[in-house]
Design a protein around this ligand. Structure first.
Ligand SMILES: Nc1ncnc2c1ncn2[C@@H]1O[C@H](COP(=O)(O)OP(=O)(O)OP(=O)(O)O)[C@@H](O)[C@H]1O
Length: 310
């Protein structure tokens, strides 16, 4: 369905994307994860033929976007990070307006608009102007616009940023339904690991303009299969305790979500004794310790050195 080959974008002082390769099979939902500035939006903009690559190619259904951009725009639906709607028009008028841009006939558009309003759950608000909508409702309408021309592939650039949990769940369910019922292929970028875990068959992790890991959730978690994740909760987190933990041998990663600490250490290492000994030395009260296999978030931290939402 989609094939990205050695795609690069170099600006004057910055190599934003450096030889990215990725593919999506028909009907797959694939996640693209990366910290801020990793190059996700630049990659998506090149796939959407909004910016011209410095080198490389993007093929959608075996056609190069560089050679046939118009044809590809009919196959592709893009949900941009920023809301692109007319605030003084109603939900229905926005869909009609964008439908005309896609040259959908008036007759066809009539039924289509009602169908999309139903999909995005805005039928009862169709005659209200968009400026009265919550952030989540605007995002849902933004998705509706991208669905008007019945794309076979949809690219979503962080579609749940800054919205209430209810709208977020609605969007996730909608993406799942579109994929299952209409067999739409989805490329989904997000700052929320749990969304990608819930939605995606496969994941690409990007950092500094490059793909640094790719595979199914299980395959990616296996990157740290020889490690264990130890979550420690304390009453009051002291810098001194943290420093002593950091100085222990075998610590692969340490992250802090005050008053919790997560350590990544090799499976064969027994570190529990040290955790309690150092707590005693620094008068720290440990309230709980959990040992788990590493999560995707842990793998991400291990690979990029950053938390996804830094
Ligand atoms: N037009 C431009 N000129 C110069 N540098 C740019 C331009 N666009 C992006 N960059 C740089 O390229 C890098 C990748 O940016 P990009 O927006 O693709 O990252 P991102 O992964 O989408 O980040 P975010 O999660 O914050 O949206 C950044 O360092 C950014 O500053």
């Amino acid at each position: 369905m989609l094939e990205v080959v050695e795609l690069s974008k170099h600006y004057k002082n910055k190599k934003a994307v450096k030889g990215v390769n990725l593919y999506l099979e028909k009907g797959e939902t694939v996640g693209l994860l990366g910290p801020n500035g990793a190059g996700k939006s630049t990659t998506i903009s090149m796939i959407s033929s909004l910016i011209v690559p410095t080198s490389g190619d993007v093929r959608i259904m075996n056609e190069s976007i560089l050679k046939k951009p118009e044809k590809i725009r009919n196959i592709l639906g893009v949900v941009p990070q920023d809301i692109a709607l007319y605030m003084d028009l109603t939900a229905k008028e926005n869909l009609e307006f964008f439908g005309r841009i896609h040259r959908i006939s008036k007759k066809e558009l009539h039924g289509k608009v009602d169908e999309i309003l139903e999909i995005i759950g805005l039928t009862d608000r169709k005659n209200d102007v968009v400026k009265t909508f919550s952030g989540g409702m605007k995002r849902r309408l933004n998705i509706g616009v991208a669905l008007l021309h019945e794309p076979k592939l949809i690219i979503m650039d962080e579609p749940t940023v800054g919205i209430d949990p209810q709208s977020r769940n609605y969007i996730l369910e909608t993406v799942k339904r579109l994929n299952k019922e209409k067999n739409i292929t989805v490329l989904y970028t997000s700052h929320y690991m749990e969304e990608v875990e819930y939605l995606c068959d496969r994941i690409y992790i990007m950092d500094h303009g490059e793909i640094i890991a790719a595979g199914t959730k299980e395959e990616i978690k296996n990157i740290l299969s020889a490690e264990q994740s130890i979550g420690i909760k304390v009453d009051i987190l002291k810098g001194e305790y943290l420093q002593l933990l950091e100085s222990l041998p075998n610590i692969k990663n340490i992250s802090v979500q005050d008053p919790a600490i997560t350590l990544i250490v090799p499976k064969k290492v027994n570190i529990l004794k040290d955790i309690f000994k150092l707590a005693e030395e620094t008068n720290t009260s440990v309230t709980s310790v959990h040992i788990e296999t590493p999560s995707l978030e842990d793998v991400f931290l291990h690979l990029t050195g950053r938390q996804l939402r830094d």
